[in-house]
Design a protein around this ligand. Sequence first.
Ligand SMILES: C[S@@+](CC[C@H](N)C(=O)[O-])C[C@H]1O[C@@H](n2cnc3c(N)ncnc32)[C@H](O)[C@@H]1O
Length: 346
Amino acid sequence: MNLKDLQNAAERLGEHPQDHGWRQFFRLVARDLSDPSSDLSSILERCALRQPAHSPGHLINLFGIALKSVAPEDFALLGAPASEVARAALLGRMAREHADGIATIVEQRRNSFTGARRFLVPQVILSACLPRHSRSGLCFADLGTGLGIMPKQINNEKLFTAFSADLPWPGGVPAYREAPIRRALAVDRGPFPDLHWVRECYGSSEYYDSLFGELVFALDAVDVNGATTETCEVDLLDTAVLRQFLHRWPIHAANLSYVLYEIAPDRRTQIINTLRDNLRPPGLIIVTEPRAELTRQGCETLVYCDYRTDPYRLCTVSDGHFIGEVTALEDYDEFTARYPIAFQPS
Ligand SMILES: C[S@@+](CC[C@H](N)C(=O)[O-])C[C@H]1O[C@@H](n2cnc3c(N)ncnc32)[C@H](O)[C@@H]1O
C-alpha cells in the first residue's frame, strides 16, 4: 500500500452518497495526501508500514477515528465553515502534534463500529438454513463482532420485532423464527473493543447520536433477556489460530459483517478458505460487506454453503445501518426455493 493508494481511497470515501459527518474530512485528507512531504502523508505512511494487512480505505477510516479520539475539539473545527486552506493547515498541525497518539491507536485498534440492526439479515438466513434435527444443537460464531452484541441478539424476538419492520425483503417483512443455535460466540481481535471505543468509531452528528442510542437500547434488551454468549479473542489473519478455534468448539456456522473490507484484499480469500475447510457441516458462512469498499451506499450479503463452490449472491441491503430495504440479487430465487423464508401476513 503506497501513498497513492491511500489518496485514492480518501478520494473515493469523500464521494460517498451519504454524508453523516465524515465526507468533508475525507476530502481534506485526499487533498493533503497529494503532497508527499506533508505531515499527514508522513503519519499515514508510518501507519501503513505498521499495519500492512489493512485495506487502504480502512486505514484512512481508522486514521480519522484516531484523530477524532485524540483531539476531539480540533477535529470538530475541521468541519467548521472556514476556508479549505485554513482547515488543511489545521489538519496538518493536528497530524504533526498527535502523530504518536494516532500511531498507537492505529496499531492497537480497528474500526469497531457496531450496528444495532445488523443481526436482522443473519437471523432470517440462520433460521431458514440451519437444520433443526441436530440433537446437540449448533455452534455459531460472529467473527469480527465489534462490541459483541450480535450473538446475543440472535434469537431475541423482542429486538427482531422492534427493528424488522424497517427492513422489508422482496416478500415483505420476515416473520420471526428461532434459529437452532445452542451456543453463540463473539469473536474479535484483542484488545476486544469496549463501548467507549465503539462510541469513538461512530461519527459526530445527530444521525450517529441516534444510532448510538439504538445500540444502547439493544444492549439493555439483551441484558434483560439474559442471553449468554462467550467472547473469544482470535485474529482472523492468523490461520493456525483460526483453524484451532474452529475445531475447539466446534463451529458449524459463521457470520462476517463489515469485517473483510478492513483487510487487504489478498488476505480475505485466505480467511474464507480457512473457514470453508474447517467448519463442521453444514458449514454455513454469511458474509455482508459494504459495496465498493465503503464508497457506495449499502452492502451485499453472500451465503456460502458446503455443497456449493460459489456463494449464493443473495441480496443487497440499501443502507449499511439496516434501515431501508433488502433487494434480491441473482441467486435469491434459487436460495429461497431451497430455504423458504416465512413472511408476516401483509
Ligand atoms: C466495522 S466492525 C463491524 C462490527 C460488527 N460485525 C457489525 O457489523 O456491527 C469490524 C470489526 O472487525 C474486526 N476485525 C477486523 N479485522 C480483524 C481480524 N483480523 N481479526 C479479528 N477481527 C477483526 C474489527 O476489530 C472490528 O471490531
